[in-house]
Design a protein around this ligand. Structure first.
Ligand code: PLP
Length: 464
């Protein structure tokens, strides 16, 4: 077909708006918004036809109706994590549970108490969280911001803008999503002064770099990688001693930041916030939604004078957290006040990390049996041993033993099955390994078996 003919066959916006199904959507949605969608899709349709793509006759109508449906449906929704990555950023990192859900539900009914005192006066929004952090970490004060990337940048800016911050070359990390220590440092206005080498940094390296323009010593937890072999890192205690001698504050970016010692349970030890404070860090910061298991936020704790200085920085106002974040973090931190056994039972991330293998196996078998009962004509289902990852830059190199339900579809391809599961009302995310779909039951939560079975059934035996 020549160009002119192609262009002549593309309907006008007005014409499309008169199509029956599109007209129906106009009964519910604003005309200007539907028009915008229609115009964009016609434009896209035109480009693709001109590029020589072969499109079905009803392609345009279908794509418009699909987008309208998408626009009015929630994208942000509950999902099932069968990937076995405990802290998966794409799946919202720390999972919540009924306890947190009831906090969010209550806060969402109308107005809420956020920063107002018993006298009805404006109060300090950070007071309650700060008190909980004091008790849990031993720090003098605390404050929260949007995430740990924001926390690091804010801390550097408030404490060392225009000054040099000394950091080991072995700690110049990059986390996913373009978070890199040198870039964060540059944004904060602090001047990065790197010392040592990738694998070995000595105390004397820091010592020799100190001058009258040194603003802080920074330690960064390596989080998502390890340097092994011929290595040397300076301990936080040594940095603190050096800092004290020269009257220079020490900042500790803990990354995940644990509040309990995971090594007691056979997991590798993640740096603990209490230990950082006890070692004398002037400021420590960590994520709220990694091992803490709370909402996305960055938690800053440390010496009162520095926390106060950070609070007064104008960036703090720009990075402050909303009411839901505050409420969910309060509820999460309150769990850490409990006896450790009760904490683990009620804390979703710790629950997943410490889930007994026998329980994982039982739940996986249960699900496999249900799938076999209803869908054996379409699926080969078995339970296999596998490994989960912790993710979120925590306990990186560690893999946890687990059991997965392994599904081989007989009537469609495994990638089509995986995609159909992701398109279910409650999306189910599984891992494709060759011709098998794996659902890791460490991260499949209690009560989610029914959701999985329903998802498979809706795909393989759709109700007419
Ligand atoms: C994860 C991580 C961050 C970024 O934290 P977010 O809460 O994702 O912004 C910063 N520093 C370290 C060391 C980390 O592990």
């Amino acid at each position: 077909m020549d160009k002119k003919k192609i262009l002549r066959n593309i309907p006008s916006v007005d014409k499309v708006l008169k199509w029956q199904e599109i007209k129906e959507s106009l009964e519910v949605l604003g005309q200007t918004h539907v028009t915008t969608v229609v115009r964009d899709h016609i434009e896209d349709y035109r480009k693709r036809l001109l590029a020589g793509e072969k499109l079905e006759a009803d392609h345009l109508k279908k794509s418009i109706l699909r987008e309208i449906q998408d626009l009015i449906s929630p994208y942000f929704c509950r999902a099932v994590n069968g990937l076995g990555i405990v802290l998966h950023t794409g799946l919202g990192r720390a999972p919540f549970n009924e306890r947190i859900a009831s906090i969010v539900h209550d806060m969402s009914k109308g107005y809420s108490r956020l920063q107002i005192d018993e006298e009805g006066k404006r109060a300090d929004r950070y007071r309650k969280i700060s008190r909980l952090l004091q008790i849990l970490t031993g720090a003098e004060a605390g404050i929260i911001v949007n995430n740990n990337a924001a926390a690091t940048m804010l801390v550097l800016s408030a404490m060392a803008k225009g000054k040099e911050v000394i950091v080991s070359r072995g700690q110049l990390i990059e986390i996913g999503g373009s978070y890199r220590i040198p870039d964060v440092m540059a944004q904060s206005g602090a001047i990065m002064r790197e010392v040592g080498t990738t694998n070995r940094t000595h105390l004397r390296d820091y010592k020799e770099a100190i001058n009258e323009n040194t603003g802080a010593l920074l330690r960064v937890h390596q989080s998502n990688y390890r340097i092994i072999g011929f290595t040397k890192e300076v301990s936080l205690a040594e940095l603190v001693e050096l800092g004290r001698k020269h009257n220079i504050p020490v900042i500790d970016d803990l990354g995940s930041g644990a509040l309990i010692d995971l090594s007691k349970y056979g997991l590798p030890k993640e740096p603990m916030v209490q230990e950082s404070i006890a070692a004398g860090a002037d400021i420590a910061c960590f994520s709220g939604d990694k091992l803490i298991g709370g909402p996305q936020c960055g938690i800053i704790v440390g010496k009162r004078q520095y926390v106060e200085r950070i609070k007064k920085n104008p960036l703090t106002r720009a990075l402050r957290c909303d009411k839901l974040t505050n409420a969910v973090l309060e509820g999460t931190l309150q769990l850490f006040l409990l006896k450790e056994n009760d904490l683990i039972i009620n804390h979703s991330v710790l629950g997943v990390l410490l889930k007994p293998l026998a329980e994982i196996k039982r739940q996986a078998r249960h699900c496999a049996k249900a799938l076999r009962t209803d869908l054996s004509a379409d699926l080969d289902v078995s339970v296999i041993q596998s490994v989960s990852e912790i993710g979120g830059g925590s306990l990186t190199t560690e893999q946890l033993p687990t059991y997965a339900v392994a599904v081989k579809p007989k009537t469609l391809s495994v990638s089509d099955l995986a995609r159909a599961l992701r398109l279910c009302r409650i999306p189910v995310y599984g891992r494709v390994a060759e011709d098998t779909l794996l659902l890791d039951f460490r991260t499949v939560l209690k009560g989610e078996n029914e959701i999985i079975v329903e998802a498979f059934t809706s795909i393989l035996k759709p109700k007419q």
